[in-house]
Write a protein that binds this ligand. Structure first.
Ligand SMILES: NC(=O)c1ccc[n+]([C@@H]2O[C@H](COP(=O)([O-])OP(=O)(O)OC[C@H]3O[C@@H](n4cnc5c(N)ncnc54)[C@H](OP(=O)(O)O)[C@@H]3O)[C@@H](O)[C@H]2O)c1
Length: 161
C-alpha cells in the first residue's frame, strides 16, 4: 500500500481545512499516480474536494464514524481495519490523507510519495509524522528541484526497508 502526500519542512500538510498552497504540478503528479487506483481518505479530506464529491476514475474509500455521510460514489468504512479489509480487494491502493489517516495508516504502507515543499507555513494546523526520522524508511528516488511561484519543491519516493 502507498501513501501520497505534500509536506512542508515541518511536515505540515494543511491549514484551515485546506491545502497549504495550490501546486499545479503536484496536483498533476497526484492525478497521474493515483489514476485507476483505490484511494483511502478521512471524511474531512473528502469534504475538501469540489462539491465534496469523490475523485473520478478512482475507487474512493472514505473512513468516518458518521452514519449520515452520503454514499454516492464512495465506499464508506467506519474504522482503519475496515479500510484495510476493503483495500485488499484492489491491486493499487493509495492513502491520500488527511493528517489523522496518514498517521494511523503509515505503518501499513511500504511506499511513500512525498512532495517536499521547501518552505515553512506558519499558519499550518495539520501535520504528519516525519518520515525522515524513521530509520525503516529510505529515500529511493528524488526529482530535481522544481519551482512554482517562487516556492521550491521536489518529489521524493521512500520505501520501507
Ligand atoms: N498535503 C496533503 O497532501 C494533504 C492531503 C490530504 C489532506 N490534506 C489536508 O489535511 C487536512 C485534513 O486532515 P484531518 O486530519 O483534519 O482530517 P482527515 O484525516 O481527512 O479526516 C478526519 C476524519 O476521518 C475520520 N476518522 C479518522 N480516523 C478514524 C478512525 N480510526 N475510525 C473512524 N473514522 C476515523 C473521522 O471522521 P468522522 O468525524 O466523520 O467520524 C475524522 O473526523 C486538510 O487541511 C486537508 O487539506 C493535505
Amino acid at each position: 500500500m502507498n501513501i501520497i502526500v505534500a509536506v512542508d519542512q515541518n511536515w505540515a500538510i494543511g491549514t484551515n481545512g485546506g491545502l497549504l498552497m495550490d501546486l499545479t504540478e503536484d496536483m498533476k503528479f497526484f492525478r497521474e499516480k493515483t489514476n485507476g487506483s483505490a484511494v483511502i481518505m478521512g471524511r474531512k479530506t473528502l469534504e475538501t474536494f469540489p462539491n465534496k464529491k469523490p475523485l473520478k476514475n478512482r475507487v474512493n474509500i472514505v473512513i468516518s464514524k458518521s452514519s449520515d455521510l452520503g454514499s454516492e460514489g464512495i465506499i464508506k468504512v467506519s474504522s482503519i481495519q475496515e479500510a484495510l479489509n476493503e483495500a485488499k480487494k484492489y491491486d493499487n491502493v493509495f492513502v491520500i490523507g488527511g493528517g489523522t489517516i496518514y498517521n494511523q495508516m503509515l505503518k501499513y504502507c511500504d511506499t511513500a510519495y512525498v512532495t517536499k515543499i521547501q518552505s515553512k507555513f506558519l499558519n499550518a494546523d495539520t501535520f504528519i509524522d516525519n518520515i525522515d526520522n524513521m530509520p525503516e524508511w529510505n529515500i529511493v528516488e528524488k526529482s530535481s528541484l522544481k519551482e512554482y511561484n517562487g516556492i521550491k519543491f521536489s518529489f521524493v519516493t521512500y520505501k520501507r526497508a
